[in-house]
Design a protein around this ligand. Structure first.
Ligand code: NAP
Length: 268
């Protein structure tokens, strides 16, 4: 019987319990998945110190992925390159950290390889996305941040290979292939919000893609604006499903039929 959980704030809207229920079923295992709403940074650190050892795996979400990376004593290369961890677990008395958002994002694109992209936000999810884009061979990634200081820190904290791809979105003067909303603007219950920088979708070439990492609601205001253009749209559900399957496999060694899982959750 496995025990998994999700720590962050807010977490009440999460579909991860439903996804893990399906993962346990499909993999022929049993387990529980608990939500741990933790509003304070200090409380998250305490939680990792005292409770992580009692779980098989802990998913970490907004706003603690960067903090989780610093708490990991053994960092997978996905955490080394991104500076963000969305999976923590204890093995041999050490805290291990992984970033399965990178895998989830790449796989969710289904073979789409954007040459140019823009990303809104400089948080934990944006870190995973820019590392994923680097792995996909994207040549330029325009970053939109609400704060010049945060943008500079974000760029400097990434590995030199990733850093050289990044350009301030203010300097965007060309058509691009992909725009990713990696901010929580528009997420339930703030469904009437558009992220600052949403207008970047107007630079998408015909057939390009607007991707919102948010999955609740399924069609955010950002995606509804994008639907007016001759482009593709995608929400964050498929990525969520794929990163969860990867996390389960890393922790338990059990493989999950991803296609069956995607169908079960309705993330086609
Ligand atoms: P985070 O670490 O808190 O970072 C959020 C980023 O968004 C920050 O850079 C923040 O900028 C920016 N931001 C906040 N409000 C904004 C607005 N109104 N306009 C423009 N930028 C804004 O959060 P995160 O962990 O990266 O998560 C971001 C989103 O991605 C969440 O909705 C999360 O649920 C989603 N996500 C989905 C998946 C999936 O599998 N589908 C995986 C990871 C994350 P400031 O620093 O200026 O506040």
């Amino acid at each position: 019987m496995y025990r998994f959980g999700l720590a962050g704030y807010p977490v009440a809207h999460s579909r991860s319990p439903e996804i893990f229920k399906a993962i346990f079923k499909i993999s022929g295992t049993t387990g529980t998945y608990e939500l741990f709403p933790i509003p304070e940074k200090e409380a998250f650190v305490e939680f990792v110190k005292n409770e992580l050892q009692h779980l098989d795996g802990l998913n970490v979400t907004i706003p603690y992925k960067e903090l989780a990376a610093t708490l990991a004593e053994v960092k997978d290369s996905s955490v080394e390159t991104s500076g963000a961890a969305n999976l923590l677990f204890v093995k041999n008395n050490n805290i291990y950290g992984y970033n399965t958002d990178i895998y989830g994002f790449i796989k969710s694109l289904g073979g789409f390889r954007p040459a140019t992209a823009a990303v809104i936000g400089t948080g934990g999810a944006a870190r995973a996305v820019v590392v994923a884009l680097d792995m996909l061979g994207t040549e330029k990634v325009y970053i939109h941040s609400r704060s010049p200081d945060k943008l500079e820190k974000f760029v400097q904290s990434l590995t030199p290979a990733v850093e050289t791809l990044l350009i301030n979105a203010f300097d965007l003067r060309e058509e691009i292939d992909l725009v990713v909303n990696a901010s929580p603007a528009g997420m339930h219950p703030n469904i009437d919000e558009l992220p600052e920088g949403w207008e970047l979708i107007k630079s998408l070439r015909r057939g390009g893609m607007a991707y919102d990492l948010i999955y609740n609601p399924a069609r955010t205001k950002f995606l509804r604006a994008a639907e007016q253009l001759p482009i593709k749209t995608m929400n964050g559900l498929r990525m969520l499903v794929l990163q969860a399957a990867a996390a389960f496999e890393i922790v338990t060694g059990n493989r999950v039929d991803e296609q069956r899982l995607i169908q079960e959750i309705g993330a086609e």
